[in-house]
Ligand binder design. Sequence first.
Ligand code: NAG
Ligand code: NAG
Ligand code: ZN
Length: 491
Amino acid sequence: CRVGNTLMPRTFANISDGGQSTVLQFTYHSNAQMFSILKKTAAKCPQISRTYSIGRSVEGKDLLVIEFSNNPGQHDLLEPEVKFIGNMHGNEVLGRQLLVYLAQYLCSEYLLGNERIQTIINSTRIHLLPSMNPDGYEIAASEGHLYNGWTSGRANAQNLDLNRNFPDLTSVYYNRRRFKRFRSDHIPIPDSYWMSKVAPETYAVMKWIRSIPFVLSASLHGGELVISYPFDFSRHPLEEKMFSPTPDEQVFKQLARTYADAHATMSSNDTQRCGASFANNGGIVNGALWYSFAGGMSDFNYLHSNCLELTVELGCDKFPAEEELYPEWLRNKEALLSFMESVHRGIKGTVKDTDGNGIKGAIISVKGIRHDVTTADDGDYWRLLNSGVYIVSAVAPGYSRVAKRIRLPARMQRTGRVDFVLKRVLVEPDLDYFSIPELENYERFDPFNQFGQQDGAEPAEPNEDRSEKPWWWAYFSQMGISTPTWLLRNY
Ligand SMILES: *[C@@H]1O[C@H](CO)[C@@H](O)[C@H](O)[C@H]1NC(C)=O
Ligand SMILES: *[C@@H]1O[C@H](CO)[C@@H](O)[C@H](O)[C@H]1NC(C)=O
Ligand SMILES: [Zn+2]
């Protein structure tokens, strides 16, 4: 299924007039060309941009990120951070190109004085990872637009589907729900996960997610035309298509609509569709209702960090013809910008002690939404919310809880500011709330140091001759670690 092929081929487009304009080349870029363009773009806009690598692929290619911010390289107090990830499936290539164009567009428009773009960059820290799977891309690109099959180049060079390779925290969440008081945020990675095969690409992205206080994210895929949002893993083990909402269902829906409505055709019902009928729901769908799978990146973002991630399915064709690239950019440009801007919805603020010091790791709760966010290093937090009236509270170990009632208007121009000052208490108010079972320590990441030092080389299999196995080793090896099986799903 291919989106309309009647448009004139157009490989070059001048994105703006004026001295600083950049000519965007609407062609496919090899990995080397992509790296070069990203670095050149950052060099052209050094005051607002830089590139950095979060790790390497199996075959040693950089997972290169380009960042935009008025203070590149550092987190600014109260400034929300957004990420976009493309090409997680190596043969889904449009998102990768859109992010390369977006990077050039942001740099060029900022220099030209585009007020909207300057406002975005002055108030938001944006990270673009155009290719999470450069090895897979190479396989897909060698076949090209006409011959690339539905799955070749999808997985990484170890044949791992990266969107099935993350720790399955959704099962942990479903288990926890049976208890009266449970947390659905910052669920630790079970030690058993590290006994399975962890792709270096997955490893790099997990580390990235843990090291930056991301608020919002989009993962760009292809093969359908729809926005899907968590959970991706069904709440019923035997139901492969079952509505499985997160506690943030309303927020996710609103974010999904933001992209779909700003996209040229995603929410319209006369668009040629790829097979599924998402149009009558405005071009958005709950992931598990579409098709359930475990080990996905979006569920992981939600349950392990403060970040809300959506999956953007950009179109029926995973590898569109080159002359489709420019029209696709036009269809998606406004949606990408609107989605970035939507990180400024809801509330943000700081949590401090009575001496004015920021409290890291304080918990922000919203009554009626069983999903908390935590404060970053300097005590700042962001809580995406739709309009409405809420009771918001903050608490931290050793401090008393403070609650506030807030009202967010229907037309939110900017994030509401809600700060908290917490008093020290001798008795911890919610002791059991903070207690973490021994095995499930959030700080535990790659506890056996199997993956971190590989730096892109093939991760070693767990060593069978390990002399000092932890006591639970036998238990987990008996259980067996299931490998991803949903290879046929689009994203
Ligand atoms: C963005 O920040 C730059 C540098 O501080 C400033 O010159 C520019 O006027 C700002 N633009 C907007 C729209 O806020
Ligand atoms: C498509 O949209 C039109 C106009 O909003 C509406 O009348 C029609 O019923 C819709 N069709 C479907 C199949 O949803
Ligand atoms: Zn995909």
